[in-house]
Design a protein around this ligand. Structure first.
Ligand code: PMP
Length: 355
């Protein structure tokens, strides 16, 4: 820390992203990216748009919002496009929390939530998950703050039903409930259909996972026009051109080929079912994941050792050092070939250990 760093950030613990190695060709199952490239039309759209880079991007993302609104059955003024969904989450912390309105979220969830609270100097409250990693919805009734729920949750993959989230919305009429649906396209129920019924709902989604655009950085928030106006006030006070031209063009091309994305999600869900079966045969215990990753532990090998041994063999998975989950690893679902290689390698590691 330099002697110039602001006092207010001296205790700030920044978010630590998963490894993005450049040195070796890993099978990369550690940051929940899609194993499939974006549709070829995306590259062509980006190439064409690059000739217009001289000009600022459209701060309203007019065309992108229009197409997305049509796809989702919403109005364009119910959408705000952002630089990844991390940005809209940060805007939501800024817009809807304050000293008397803490952020409220599970104790085990997306690690960025407490960081957003800290950087904005906001109070937050963590509610413990149940021992089976599920969320008890009653814990969020009359919550006295802005609720953030990742659904499915990360890193557990466990999802609430739309009905359960609706109960949380109903029980918090005077507070915003943010539902972070980064992983919703892999089998969980989206809360988008509730948007016209609840003015306190903000749904957050991303193009990073199910639409293969993690490196493009495109996310969005969907909510009532009033909520979106508040979030726009924050956005225009932060970074009006938050979505660059290339990414907006990529997003449009991506939506025009959404059937391709849906098919990729279907394959990932199929690979997930296959991987669950094989890993259970090897003795793993895991949550019922409805996301593009598994959250698994093995009674005979620690999470840290498995992570390290897989890395030595060229496979990256995500290990968390938090004590309550240090036995676990989060494993992104890749292609069938990648998952076959993972299962084969884990089998070797387990056999080597028992020999
Ligand atoms: N929410 C959750 C639950 C996540 O796991 C992630 C990915 N790290 C994000 C939001 C943010 O993703 P992105 O900024 O790429 O849209």
């Amino acid at each position: 820390m330099s002697r110039f760093f602001s006092e207010k950030y001296k205790d700030l613990k920044a978010y630590v992203p998963g490894e993005q190695p450049r040195d070796q060709q890993y099978i990369k199952l550690n940051t929940n990216e899609s194993p499939f490239p974006p549709h070829p039309d995306v590259a062509e759209a980006v190439r064409q748009e690059s000739s217009r880079l001289r000009l600022y991007s459209d701060p309203e993302c007019t065309e992108l919002r229009k197409i997305l609104a049509e796809r989702l059955g919403l109005e364009p003024d119910m959408l705000l496009m952002t630089n990844g969904s991390d940005e809209i989450l940060n805007f939501a912390f800024m817009a809807f929390c304050d000293q008397n309105t803490p952020a409220i979220f599970p104790d085990l969830t997306y690690g960025f939530y407490p960081v957003f609270a800290q950087i904005n100097q906001l109070p937050w409250k963590e509610i413990p998950l149940q021992p089976d990693f599920s969320i008890r919805i009653g814990d969020y009734f009359r919550a006295a703050g802005t609720v953030f729920i990742a659904n499915p949750n990360a890193p557990t993959g466990v999802a609430l039903s739309r009905d359960e989230i609706e109960q949380i919305l109903r029980e918090n009429p005077d507070h915003v409930v943010v539902v972070d649906e980064a992983y919703v396209d892999f089998g969980a129920e989206s809360c988008l259909p509730l948007l016209r019924k609840y003015d306190n709902l903000l749904v957050v989604q991303t193009f990073s996972k199910s639409r293969s655009l993690a490196g493009g950085r495109l996310g969005f928030g969907a909510g009532s026009p009033e909520l979106i106006r508040d979030l726009n006030t924050v956005k225009y006070s932060t970074n009006p051109y938050n979505v660059n031209r290339l990414t907006a063009a990529a997003g449009i091309a991506c939506l025009q080929q959404d059937e391709y994305n849906r098919e990729n999600c279907r394959v990932i869900m199929e690979n997930r079912a296959w991987s669950v079966e094989k890993l259970k045969e090897l003795g793993f215990e895991m949550t019922d994941s409805l996301s593009n990753f598994l959250f698994a532990r093995h009674p005979k090998i620690s999470g840290e050792v498995l992570y390290r041994k897989l890395k030595e063999r060229g496979i990256l998975i995500r290990h968390f050092t938090l004590p309550q989950i240090s036995d676990y690893n989060r494993i992104t679902i890749g292609t069938k070939e990648q998952m076959e290689c993972l299962v084969r390698t884990i089998k070797e590691i387990l056999e080597e250990k028992s020999a």
